[in-house]
Design a protein around this ligand. Structure first.
Ligand SMILES: Cc1cc2nc3c(=O)[nH]c(=O)nc-3n(C[C@H](O)[C@H](O)[C@H](O)COP(=O)(O)OP(=O)(O)OC[C@H]3O[C@@H](n4cnc5c(N)ncnc54)[C@H](O)[C@@H]3O)c2cc1C
Length: 439
């Protein structure tokens, strides 16, 4: 791999400092790697790179094409592409011959980890505590203070739980983001999995597929949606995850944007068809083929309203039905809460918040994901994975990760970049001159 410009910037001053080193900021770091003109540093508070490691359940796969790695959609010749990783590891032929229908999530995690380790501008074990501004950004980390002309915030999301669960967290109640470290302790118990997205589906599949001695005695799966619905991964739906649609969406009025997010939710938050099929087939085995009694229960269209500890030490889930007035009481020994993730708090921005505009609970961003603030035009605060209501569902996943990073890098370079060809679909009513009906 070609080496970047490595001269340490005098006085710890950088053109760009990135806060967080998950896939979003690793993409910006990768695109800046060989740019001697923009010295950069990316810090992450984790001791080492990880990517949802406690959810790396056997068989879990990536929900997007592997071309949607850190760079390929915008710079396929980058030394940080997934192909470059395979080549560097000497496993190009093996990868092709394995004929994965979808890339194992563990392999994508290893790729991301390789990209983080290979890039010397990425540092772990250093959390950002505060950012202030006095002509340059002053970034105070656990270890030092550095300054920067621009910052890129990519702190991702944190697990979310209903309020009534939080006081009981531990071995009996845990968020799915800690599944692998607690699942072994569920053998022989009655367990609820709460949440009908991909994470809930994977946790349920894992629990009902364990060998008999490791398996819970029964597993129930509770979900809000009316059924266990698949992700829509079809051709035209994927055009919603193209740069052009992201820009179109950004220009729409706020109420229409929220309506679109609600109606398109299954294009992003549904369950992979493979996972659904595997679950169905495993339930068929348990009920009709395997010896023994392996009870399970499927309860979509329900909401868990409360959780009570019983004198027996077991737990009562109070579950309402979304169409009927009756509620149900379900007694379990433990529950896996697959109740989603929310944007991570950005307390370190406190000193700057009065200078930044917000919209509907989010910090407002412009076309290039730069926060709208009253600072100088050449001092920017970029925000990644923090503007779902403004940029749509792709903002929180990997689909437009490389494109968004490239937009940020282009803005830093003062370069308008190249856009991919437009979608086959005409999203906007604004008439284009070559439209077939425009005689
Ligand atoms: C199990 C799982 C599987 C997923 N699979 C897919 C998929 O297949 N396809 C897809 O498109 N999307 C997927 N997603 C969604 C999304 O792609 C990921 O959540 C992705 O990790 C988001 O990247 P990020 O960089 O924005 O955030 P994160 O990965 O959360 O990274 C943020 C980083 O910021 C660091 N940080 C936070 N605060 C500070 C601070 N103050 N100072 C320094 N560092 C800080 C954190 O330690 C963390 O490393 C998945 C999500 C989950 C939970």
């Amino acid at each position: 791999m070609r080496r970047p410009h490595r001269a340490p910037p005098p006085g710890g001053h950088y053109s760009v400092v990135g806060i967080g080193a998950g896939p979003a900021n690793l993409s910006v770091a990768a695109l800046l790697y060989e740019d001697g003109g923009l010295p950069n540093l990316f810090v992450d508070r984790k001791e080492r790179f990880s990517w949802h490691d406690d959810q790396l359940i056997s068989g879990a796969t990536l929900q997007v094409s592997v071309f949607k790695d850190l760079v390929s959609m915008t710079d396929p010749t980058s030394p940080f592409s997934f192909t470059a990783y395979l080549n560097q590891q000497g496993r190009m032929y093996h990868f092709l011959n394995a004929q994965f229908a979808a890339v194992p999530r563990g392999e994508f995690r290893n790729y991301l980890s390789w990209a983080a380790e290979t890039n010397e501008n990425v540092v772990f074990g250093e959390g950002v505590r505060e950012v202030d501004f006095d002509g340059v950004f002053r970034i105070r980390t656990d270890a030092r203070e550095v300054t920067a002309d621009n910052i890129v915030i990519g702190v991702g999301t944190l697990p979310w739980l209903p309020d009534f669960v939080a006081p009981h967290l531990g071995a009996d109640h845990f968020h799915v983001s800690r599944h692998l470290r607690h699942a072994a302790g569920l053998a022989g118990k009655t367990v609820a999995v709460v949440g009908g997205g991909q994470s809930g589906a994977e946790a349920f599949l894992d629990l009902v597929s364990r060998p008999a001695v490791e398996r819970p005695s029964s597993v129930i799966w509770i979900a809000k949606r009316r059924n266990f619905f698949p992700i829509d991964d079809s051709a035209f739906t994927n055009d919603l995850f193209m740069p052009e649609y992201s820009d179109y969406f950004h220009r729409l009025p706020r109420d229409i944007r929220s309506e679109i997010i609600a109606s398109h939710i299954l294009t992003s938050d549904g369950i992979s068809e493979d996972t659904l099929r595997s679950i169905y087939q495993q339930l068929y085995h348990l009920r009709f083929i395997d010896d023994g009694d392996h009870p399970f229960g499927l309860y979509p269209n329900r909401t868990v309203e409360d959780l009570q500890r019983l004198p027996s030490g077991r737990w009562e889930l109070v579950v309402s039905h979304n169409d009927e007035a009756d509620s149900q009481s379900m007694v379990v020994d433990a529950a896996v809460w697959a109740t989603g993730f929310r944007p991570a708090p950005k307390d370190f921005l406190e000193p700057l918040l009065p200078r930044m505009q917000s919209e509907g609970g989010e910090l407002k961003v412009d076309d290039d994901f730069a926060a709208v603030w009253d600072g100088p035009a050449d001092r920017r605060i970029f925000l990644q994975n923090a503007a779902r209501a403004q940029r749509g569902l792709p903002d929180v996943n990997l689909s437009l990760n490389a494109w968004r990073a490239q937009r940020i890098v282009n803005r830093l370079r003062g370069d308008c970049g190249r856009s991919p060809l437009p979608s086959f679909i005409q999203w906007s009513a604004k008439t284009e001159s070559e439209a077939p009906w425009n005689g």
